[in-house]
Each structure stands twice: as C-alpha cells, then as structure tokens.
Design a protein around this ligand. Structure first.
Ligand SMILES: Cc1ncc(COP(=O)(O)O)c(C=O)c1O
Ligand SMILES: N[C@@H](CCCC[NH3+])C(=O)O
Length: 384
C-alpha cells in the first residue's frame, strides 16, 4: 500500500472497508474483454457486494445484474443496470418480489421449483404481464468447495430436480404469458478446480439436447457463477484467470450457433479489490497463545467464523525497527469464540494501534455484516 494512503488510513476511524477502485476496474475490464471474445454476457451477482460505488463501476461497463431479491432488483436499477439485463434467482421468491420483477420487465426469472413456476404463471396472468423464464436445473455436479456454498447436488435446496422438468414444460405450455427462454445452472461458489466446470458443461450439453429433442430451441444458456479466487496470494493473482475460465466453456460447451451464453459472476469480480482495515486494540498474552484483539470482528467479516474461511492477514505498515515476528491468534471483540480471523498467524511484532488489513474481503464481506452486539456502522475508504 502506498505511503500516502497509509497516512490517510491512520487518520481514519476503524474498522473500515477499503476498496481499491483501480484494481476493480482492471478486473472488470479483463473479465469483459475475455467474455467479449466469445460474445458471452456476464451478469454481476449483486449479492457479492452491493455497495453503490461498486455497483456503479460495474453497471457502467455494461454488465447485466444477477439478483436474489426484489430489493436487489430495485437497487440494481437505481445503480445503472438495465432492467432487461437482470436475471432473478432464489428458491423463495415472494409474491411481492415476483410482482416487482414483472413490473420491471426483467430479462428472466431463474425458476427454482415447479411450485414457484405455478405462482409466476398465476401472477403474470393476473397482471397481464409477460414473464420470461429460465429453468434452473440442479445438475448434480459436485463443486468440490465448502459444503455450505455447494448448490448443485441432489441434497441441495437449489434448482429444479430433473425428474420434474416434464411437469415444468406442461405448465409453461398452458400459460399465455410465460415464455421459456433459458436453461440456468449454478453449482456453487469459490470453485478453484476448473474440472468442475468441465463436468458442468457435460451436463449442460445433455440437458440442452434433451430440450431440443422435445422441440425446444432454447435461446439462452446461463452457466451461473462460482469462479473462485486465490485467497492465499491476493497480490500474486490479483486478477482472476478469466481467459482460462471462458476458454474452457468455449471448448467444452456444445451450444448451437443461435444460443446466447450467459454467466453470473460475483466473487471473481469484486473479492480482491476489498480489504477490511482494523486496529489492534490489545495484545493479550495467554498461557498458550498470544491474542491480537482487533476492533473488527465477525460482525464486519463473517466468512472466517461461518466457513472457517482463510483470509490473508497483514500488518498495513511494517515497522522499520527490526522487530522479530511473533505468532498471534487474530480475534475480534464479539462475544463468540468463533470470532477469530486467523490462528497462529505470524506477523511482525504488533502493538496497540497498529493497522491490520484482512485481504480479499470485497466479496461477501460488507454484505454479510451485521449488528450483533449492537455494533456501530463502519466507515469506507475508496482508493481512486
Ligand atoms: C444463482 C447464483 N448465481 C451466481 C452466484 C455468484 O457466485 P460467485 O460469487 O461464486 O461467482 C451465486 C452465488 O453463489 C448464485 O447463487
Ligand atoms: N457467502 C458465501 C458465498 C455464497 C454464494 C451465494 N450462493 C461466501 O462468503 O463465500
């Protein structure tokens, strides 16, 4: 981090979310250029980070939006995303949210059950509004990621089980307002083994053919998101290998010439541009451990407590004195033992007031923050 920025951070109250906008732009431009090579369309998964500043950067570059609630649809539109480039997923869409989406004339409802499809049919009839839908198929592909962020297995609640697809087609046939325009798949998040996406392609090819053989030439294939990042080395791989990701689909997906290919990326676009900046409040020497107690906790960044997720932890400014490294458990102030950002972390000796950066926190960081223990709102710093 540049000296000038460190100086500015030292004068700010912590905790705060730090966003590197030049890195965000570089990531977005790379993703866009690689996707454009194959005429792929990318919808940004708003759930990863809905900070308006970030949303405006993303919408400006022509990404669509992937939303999971009615309010996300409204926020996406407020921040520059085109209504007709919004896709709407979620296993529990309420009537109110479906009505919002119908009124906004979004691109597609990514339908997750027969029961939801029936409600969309009823509401679209009642409102005399067209509803374009994609069927989210659960392809039973193992994403080889943390069990809490795997979504494409039979035991997961997401998507339509394949034995119900015939029923879906029958329902669509009876509706005057619902049009089937897409097949949607999303098997999980933080996927770093690209073979998972090859296996996904095999399933998508099968289902694409299944529909075609029944007379459905479906115009859109939406492959979801899930591309993972390197949490261990955020500087070495600050921009994800989008080239390799999209090239894989070009190689393994057997789409027909007239079919559009869409993706819904979240983490890969925004994770690396964000860090949670916090101050050391106390160094507490326990019998077995030294604890560095920070002013940020699981309330500001939940991922380590929820998934035992690894985030690289760094001292923002290394002290010029030759201080020996020490081992710390880096913990927050919250009344939970899981409020721990890292165990046995080796850092140059810390003292009260030192600034700490918890890296790769731009995705599923700020958005998953909460008020537990009546925590105060945190601040922001945008590197321009
Ligand atoms: C349906 C859907 N699409 C896209 C995403 C974005 O995923 P990621 O942030 O892993 O790219 C998610 C979250 O996992 C999702 O549930
Ligand atoms: N919240 C998760 C990802 C879930 C993605 C949404 N299906 C994370 O922090 O990694």
């Amino acid at each position: 981090m540049e000296k000038e920025i460190i100086k500015q951070l030292q004068n700010k109250e912590t905790p705060l979310y730090y966003y590197d906008l030049p890195l965000l732009r570089k990531t977005l431009n790379t993703a866009k250029a690689e996707a454009d090579k194959y005429r792929y369309k990318v919808h940004y998964a708003i759930k990863a980070n809905n900070n308006p500043e970030i949303l405006r950067e993303i919408s400006k570059l022509g990404f669509g939006a992937d939303c999971v609630s009615g309010y996300e649809i409204e926020v996406a539109i407020q921040n520059g995303f085109n209504k007709n480039e919004i896709v709407f997923a979620g296993v529990g869409k309420t009537d109110k949210e479906i009505i919002t989406a119908l009124n906004c004339e979004i691109m597609t409802f990514n339908v997750e059950s027969v029961q939801e499809l029936e409600v969309i049919v009823q509401l679209s009839e009642k409102m005399k509004k067209n509803a374009q839908i994609a069927l989210r198929i659960n392809p039973n592909v193992d994403a080889k990621t943390h069990q809490y962020i795997t979504t494409g297995l039979d035991e997961n609640k997401f998507g339509i089980m394949t034995h119900e697809l015939d029923t879906c087609l029958q329902i669509v046939e009876t509706s005057r307002f619902v049009q089937l325009v897409g097949l949607h798949f999303h098997v999980g998040s933080q996927i770093t083994d690209l073979n998972v996406f090859k296996r996904l392609c095999v399933k998508v090819n099968e289902w694409n053919m299944w529909f075609y053989e029944r007379g459905y030439d479906i115009p859109v294939l939406n492959l979801g998101g899930g591309l993972g990042i390197n949490y261990s080395e955020p500087d070495k791989e600050s921009v994800v290998n989008f080239a390799g990701f999209f090239q894989l689909f070009d190689e393994f997906l057997e789409a027909r010439k007239n079919q559009e290919i869409h993706f819904e990326l979240g983490r890969a676009l925004v994770a690396n541009c964000g860090s949670l900046i916090s101050r050391v409040l106390y160094i507490k020497n326990g019998l077995k451990k030294n604890f560095a107690i920070l002013d940020a906790g699981m309330t500001e960044l939940l991922r380590p407590a929820l998934y035992q997720a690894y985030h690289k932890i760094e001292k923002v400014e290394e002290n010029s004195e030759n201080l020996a490294p020490e081992k710390y458990d880096i913990v927050g102030p919250i009344c939970e033992s899981s409020d721990c950002f890292g165990k046995d972390v080796v850092l140059q000796k810390l003292k009260r007031g030192d600034l700490i950066a918890i890296r790769s926190a731009g995705a599923y960081g700020e958005v998953m923050s909460m008020r537990y223990n009546l925590r105060q709102e945190f601040d922001y710093f945008f590197k321009e």
